[in-house]
Every structure is written in C-alpha cells, then in structure tokens.
Write a protein that binds this ligand. Structure first.
Ligand code: FAD
Length: 316
C-alpha cells in the first residue's frame, strides 16, 4: 500500500527508519531488529541509502584516498521487509552518488519487487562526485529526482522512444527541515524549495529530527501558510549517548534545547543519558499526539529497545 493511503487510513501510527548493515556485516542482526519493529505494527519502514564517499587511509606508502560505499544493501533489505515480513518498505533514493540512469534502473527493480514507495532525498556532499561520461546525467536537487520519478509514473523514461513504457506508481516522500536545511540562506528560502518538491509531485514530507516541538509546530504553520498541503511526519530521535550532545548538531545541524542539553551533560554515563532520552522523546511524542499529529517517524537506525520504551511510556 502507498504511504499516503496508510496515513489517510490510520488514526495514530508510528513508522521507523533503519540503516542497512556496514559492508561485510551480517544481515541477521538487522532481521531481528526488523522483527522487533514489526511487533509494533508500523504501517511502513524506511531504509536509508548511502552513496560512495571518499575516505583517507594511512598505509606504509603514505595516505591513500579511496572511494568506498560503506553501507550497500538498501534494495535487499527492502525486499526482505516487503516480502518476508509483509510490511511496506520505503527505500530512500538519492541524487548524490547515482546517475539518473542508475536511478531509473533502481526504480525499475523496486517496481518489479512490488515496492511502491520511495523517499527522494539529495544526499550530502561526501567529497566524491562520480566522473560522468557524456551520456550520463545527474539529478542536482531532490526536486529533480522527484520530477524523474513523476515522469516514470507517467510512463516517461529517460530513453524517450521506449516502446510500451509502463507507468510506475510510486508514492513519493521528501525531506523537510523544521530548523532549516543547513545550506539554505534562510528559512523562507528553504520552505520555498520544499514547496517546489511538493508542487513537483511529492506526496508527503518527513522532517529532520528535532527536539523542541514548538519548532515543528511553527514549521507546520509556515508550510500551511505557503500552501504546502501534504501530510508532514515529524522525525523523532531518542538521545542515547553523551556523544550525541555534539554529534547530532554537527552531523544533522539540529539544536538541543537547554534543558535537554544540560541534563545530558550532567549525566554520569550513557545509561543515564538513555533514561533522559527516553523520557524526553516520550514527552515529545505525547505532546505531538495531543496536538493532533496522527503519526511520528522514529529514527531507529540499529536500536529498537529505546524506541519500544518510548512507545510503552506513551501507551500507544
Ligand atoms: P534538497 O531538497 O535538494 O535541498 C538541499 C539544499 O538545497 C537545501 O538547502 C535547499 O534549500 C537547497 N535547494 C533546493 N533546491 C534548490 C534550487 N533549485 N536552487 C538552490 N538551492 C536549492 N541522506 C542520505 O545520504 N541517505 C538517506 O537515506 C537520507 N535520508 C534522509 C531522510 C530524511 C527524512 C531526511 C530529513 C534527510 C535524509 N538524508 C539522507 C539527508 C539528506 O540527504 C540531506 O539533508 C541533504 O543535505 C539534503 O537533502 P534534501 O533532499 O533535503 O535536498
């Protein structure tokens, strides 16, 4: 089923986002994580995508620049979720690191697998741009990717004269930023870029994680004011480590309210941080539901336990 139909049909839901294992990793741990999550009856599960990136390695002959794709496997994990567990999988599709031709092939694979949902995101600059020969093209922004998917939904593939081109029917999610995307010069600019994704055909928005509900609620209002009328799912992350205090702002460009930041910094160890994180997330989720939000999207990554504790506390 399409994500948008799940959102329409359910009164209250929790969805999840997980990452494929590191290259060389076993899928067994991920399988038990998925089983754990499925016991919570999610309408769908997102699986992140990861482009190749530049890494520098020290070798006896000096520092070597290497191109590595650390987490392959998005397609395989999606196929497992969809067909072994019977839950709708939402693979993330990226601009960065993939040509439009590769993206079309990926979408064809998804279509054959009966996966009808995707989250279209640009991806971050990771220091590596794939060299292109003249016959290959790239999507620069997520809006370009949305347009490519919408074209396929209309039977328009990259090769224009394709005979019997079959229209796909992907439901498309895109990213939104209650605290502004870090590259955008200001919030208004960023909101208009998000509106362009919706105007191009995106069906719904999932937000970056946030720890202050007032920022999300203000974001909802601003989106409404400028005519963004698709569902917006709030992204929730449970803080579990002291290192999150600096890691989350550095990598995700989000802020932590003073009360939460102070509590984490005073905590004796990660166990205490986890307690604080569970309590905080439960308060956030409870308040969002009280304000009429229908569903929340948890950034689970590899640990379902804390999310389960939050859900139990909220009593969903
Ligand atoms: P865009 O919508 O393209 O926006 C990127 C920036 O460009 C913004 O500042 C925007 O204001 C600006 N912009 C957009 N269009 C234009 C234009 N025409 N002219 C000028 N500026 C413009 N990353 C991964 O690598 N893998 C994942 O699986 C993944 N999943 C994610 C899931 C969610 C829910 C979220 C919120 C993020 C995810 N990301 C993922 C991170 C994402 O790739 C980064 O945040 C990235 O920097 C921006 O992606 P975007 O789709 O929002 O880009």
């Amino acid at each position: 089923m399409r994500v948008i139909e799940h959102i329409e049909k359910r009164d209250c839901f929790i969805s999840f986002e997980i990452t494929p294992p590191l290259r060389g990793g076993k899928v067994t741990a991920l399988l038990s994580l998925i089983e754990d999550l499925i016991s919570l009856n999610p309408p769908f599960i997102d699986i992140t995508s990861h482009a190749a990136q530049v890494v520098y390695e020290e070798t006896p002959s000096g520092i070597k620049r290497k191109i590595k794709r650390k987490r392959p496997g998005t397609l395989g994990v999606c196929a497992l979720i969809q067909h072994k567990f019977g839950v709708d999988a939402v693979p993330h599709v990226l601009c960065k690191g993939f040509t439009r031709e590769e993206t079309e092939d990926f979408l064809i694979e998804l279509n054959y697998l009966g996966i009808e949902n995707v989250l279209a995101v640009r991806g971050d600059d990771n220091g590596y741009d794939k060299p292109l020969d003249g016959s290959r093209t790239v999507n620069r922004y997520a809006v370009d990717l949305v347009k490519q998917i919408i074209n396929m939904n209309q039977g328009i593939y990259l090769e224009k004269e394709l005979l019997n081109a079959y229209p796909t029917s992907f439901c498309i999610g895109v990213a939104g930023y209650p605290e502004k995307h870090f590259e955008a010069p200001n919030m208004e600019f960023d909101l208009m870029r998000t509106k362009e994704k919706v105007d191009a055909g995106a069906d719904y928005i999932v937000t970056q994680m946030f720890f202050d509900n007032s920022k999300f609620l203000a974001y909802l209002d601003r989106c409404k004011e400028i005519g963004i009328d698709v569902p917006i799912l709030p992204g929730i992350k449970v803080v579990t480590r002291k290192a999150h205090l600096t890691y989350l702002p550095r990598f995700f460009h989000v802020s932590l309210p003073a009360e939460l930041a102070d509590a984490i910094s005073l905590a004796k160890n990660d166990k205490e941080v986890e307690e604080i994180g569970v309590e905080w997330a439960a308060k956030q989720v409870q308040e969002l539901f009280n304000k009429g939000v229908k569903g929340v999207h948890f950034y689970v990554m590899q640990n379902a336990d804390v999310v389960k504790r939050v859900i139990k506390k909220v009593g969903i």
